[in-house]
Design a protein around this ligand. Structure first.
Ligand code: ZN
Length: 198
């Protein structure tokens, strides 16, 4: 029997899962999913939610512990991004975005919205900084979307871009993040690969 390339040729090759730590607002989760599906040819699947105080067994610890025990830093009153990003069910061959409402910090960076590893499989975004006077606004949603697109790009190999207006530009504050317009420049598209883009 001849083997033909199956119908699945047209199916997205990219699988993105998201998981929650804490209680990120539903609107933020919606924006995450929508940002992925608008720009990337990817299947998105939401996974588990982890409670901050729930005891679990992370690989590198002998005893059950909680996310608060593992990642909370009392000096900064924030959670260590590098710890949070590694928690959970990270599937082989897929990209995982962890979304949290916890404030995060990173020792070597001042980008406080999220982190990822260049061309890696895991990333983290927090909604904590996106509230305006305690409210989730349209602007909050825009920040969320831009950050998610950026994290996706980074996981797909895009380092900080220097093209004016490109969403992959380095943004160390919300003002800079506001000035982006969900635009992915040609060079970044090339790095990401047309097959992963819509
Ligand atoms: Zn770019």
């Amino acid at each position: 029997m001849a083997l033909f390339r199956s119908d699945s040729v047209d199916a997205p090759t990219l699988e993105v899962t998201s998981q929650m730590i804490g209680n990120p607002i539903e609107e933020a989760r919606f924006q995450l999913e929508s940002a992925i599906e608008t720009h990337f040819d990817a299947v998105h699947r939401p996974l588990s939610r982890f409670d901050v105080d729930e005891k679990f067994n992370p690989a590198e610890f002998d005893d059950p512990t909680s996310i608060r025990d593992v990642a909370y830093d009392s000096d900064s009153e924030c959670y260590e991004a590098e710890r949070l990003i590694r928690i959970g069910e990270i599937g082989e061959g897929m990209k995982t975005i962890t979304i949290t409402d916890l404030p995060i910090y990173h020792k070597r960076r001042n980008n406080i919205f999220g982190m990822s590893y260049l061309a890696g499989d895991i990333s983290l975004v927090t909604t904590a900084e996106f509230y305006e006077d305690g409210q989730w606004t349209d602007q909050s949603s825009e920040w969320m979307r831009n950050e998610v697109i950026k994290l996706m790009g980074q996981m797909l190999g895009v380092a900080d871009c220097t093209t004016e207006g490109c969403v992959m530009q380095y943004t160390g504050n919300k003002q800079a993040l506001s000035e982006l317009d969900e635009y992915i420049c040609g060079e970044c598209c090339e790095t990401i690969g047309e097959e992963h883009l819509r």
